[in-house]
Design a protein around this ligand. Sequence first.
Ligand SMILES: Cc1cc2nc3c(=O)[nH]c(=O)nc-3n(C[C@H](O)[C@H](O)[C@H](O)COP(=O)(O)OP(=O)(O)OC[C@H]3O[C@@H](n4cnc5c(N)ncnc54)[C@H](O)[C@@H]3O)c2cc1C
Length: 379
Amino acid sequence: MPTSKISLYDVLIIGAGINGCCSAYTLAQSGLKVALIDQDGIASGGSGAAGAFISPKISKVGELKEIMGEAHSEALKFYTAHFPKFTLVKPLLHIANNPKEGEKVESFKYETHLKHSNIPHKIQTFLSDEALSSSSIYFDIGAVVDAQGVCTAMAEGIDFYPIKVEKLIHNDHVWQVDELRAKHLVLSIGAYPKLLPIDYVGLRGIWGHRIDIETSTHIPCILHHHVSISPTNQEGIVAIGATHDVHYSPFSGEPYEIEQGRAILLEKASKTLLLNSINVVKDYTGLRSGSNDYLPMLGNLVDAAATLEKYPHIRHGQWVDPNEYIYYPNLTMINGSGGYGFVLAPYLAKKLKEYLVDHIPLNPILSPSRFFPRWAKKH
Ligand SMILES: Cc1cc2nc3c(=O)[nH]c(=O)nc-3n(C[C@H](O)[C@H](O)[C@H](O)COP(=O)(O)OP(=O)(O)OC[C@H]3O[C@@H](n4cnc5c(N)ncnc54)[C@H](O)[C@@H]3O)c2cc1C
């Protein structure tokens, strides 16, 4: 950790998950002086728990599909080009886990530009009857990244500060965290307490559990069905994940039932294929931070009190151009990636860089302010 008293940066990034690390990496690559801050360490939040599959989101046409599609292509290119050591590229078989999902898979198959083909015979032989009889799509290319490894590699050479930020201070056009100062602040704190009065930002924490197992069954491709199953890696490990639990929160103080989570994961995996001689070697748990409309968030944050004071009629449904809202100065939030943080991070970091360095406006569709008018009507 650097020792000088006041340290000046171009950007302070709070939160060293995949969003903070990827932003730090991308901004530093374009010449900005970046400080990365985290209360616990690199990838200590949801990111450290992730299976980190770089998989396309099977969704119907619309904004979400467009953005996820662009992000997915960006991510495949980004990880393979810059972090090949932490990226395992293998074919990917996505199997629908219910009839509605099956419909999505069929229409996705029809519309996608991603290369896909028939499931090779070798893979068909080890799939369960349920998996074989469900709609599926076999992509020629998928990827899994080593979550901890890639975040750590991204943060290499970036000044890292282990600080728990309690309060955000902005004085004389400068953001301050302890002795650190910068014009720009990036808030990438996932599902943790928000640090600002921004209740309108519609986020929820979704608890997830994944496991690494040893098994005598060799898995040659990525499998997504009731759970995701990684290919067997060089160390002979297969990752299985993840559970989606909207009820459990680590902030509640309640203990988490690890054995129960393991049993759920193994039972779900068994619906796809038979895994022989299983030995669970490691558990990973964490919170994803999902937005209420499933789109990620990349944008400035509305100062709700100041905006409502200026435009009190927003409370009664008066429409005000979002450009007229009052925003916290030079503060950008990245959040709400749900179960696709590793897919979205390179795309979001690129957009952040274009905004901060090249002055290209951010996409208003991703702005956290999209939740503001609806919230304001109720307050
Ligand atoms: C079990 C599981 C499996 C997953 N699998 C996949 C997958 O296969 N593919 C995929 O793309 N995504 C996956 N995800 C989702 C992905 O992990 C998340 O979308 C991603 O981690 C979000 O990253 P983040 O940087 O926004 O948040 P986080 O990783 O949660 O990082 C936030 C960081 O902010 C820090 N912080 C918070 N508050 C403060 C404060 N006040 N002061 C200092 N530091 C603070 C925290 O310590 C934390 O390190 C999975 C998630 C889970 C939990």
